[in-house]
Design a protein around this ligand. Structure first.
Ligand SMILES: [Zn+2]
Ligand SMILES: [Zn+2]
Length: 173
């Protein structure tokens, strides 16, 4: 990787780890029902950290797939799909039941759960899919809140994809 290593993603126990180069595309909290359903299910496993905050949001940083290095301890990773034919899979480190990242298999980006990252973490950019949020107090207005998707999010994904020469690398471990 040409870019400097900027962050590290690791499971709770440290057996699964990857280095990440360069800056993330975006930092967002997603309130969609899929993120919440999957996250709450993962949290049922023994000693699992919860990726769903009390307000129902799932905090993640989006990186280009080619910026995420190969995972050490990758044989401990397992994928989960909400539906068998879903293009979206969520990856959990089985050593300590830690959800690691979300992979939209048809896309060029990877969403790493914020709690997994150490290093130079980009501040929050936005909240998305807030229309799916459970009842609760109003969200802070420190960043932009979007009822569904954010145009800025989609544009950033597109710009990142162009910089990748419109390639879609597969994430491997
Ligand atoms: Zn672990
Ligand atoms: Zn979501």
């Amino acid at each position: 990787m040409r870019e400097r290593i900027s962050a590290k993603a690791s499971c709770q126990c440290g057996r699964v780890e990857a280095v990440i180069a360069g800056k993330p595309i975006l930092h967002a909290i997603c309130y969609c029902e899929s993120c919440r359903t999957a996250g709450l299910a993962f949290a049922q496993a023994p000693n699992a950290p919860s990726i769903v905050a009390r307000d129902g949001g799932t905090d993640f940083l989006v990186y280009r797939k080619d910026r995420v290095g190969r995972f050490t301890g990758g044989d401990l990773l397992r994928e989960h799909r909400l539906k068998p034919d879903s293009p979206t899979r969520r990856i959990v480190a089985t050593c300590c039941n830690t959800p690691m990242f979300l992979d939209f298999t048809k896309g060029h980006w990877l969403s790493l759960y914020a709690g997994r990252l150490s290093g130079n973490i980009r501040p929050l950019d936005m909240r998305v899919m807030t229309a799916d949020r459970p009842e609760g107090p109003p969200l802070p207005d420190d960043v932009s809140n979007h009822a569904t998707h954010s145009p800025r999010f989609l544009i950033r994904l597109l710009v990142a994809w162009a910089a990748m020469g419109f390639r879609k690398p597969k994430i491997v471990w």
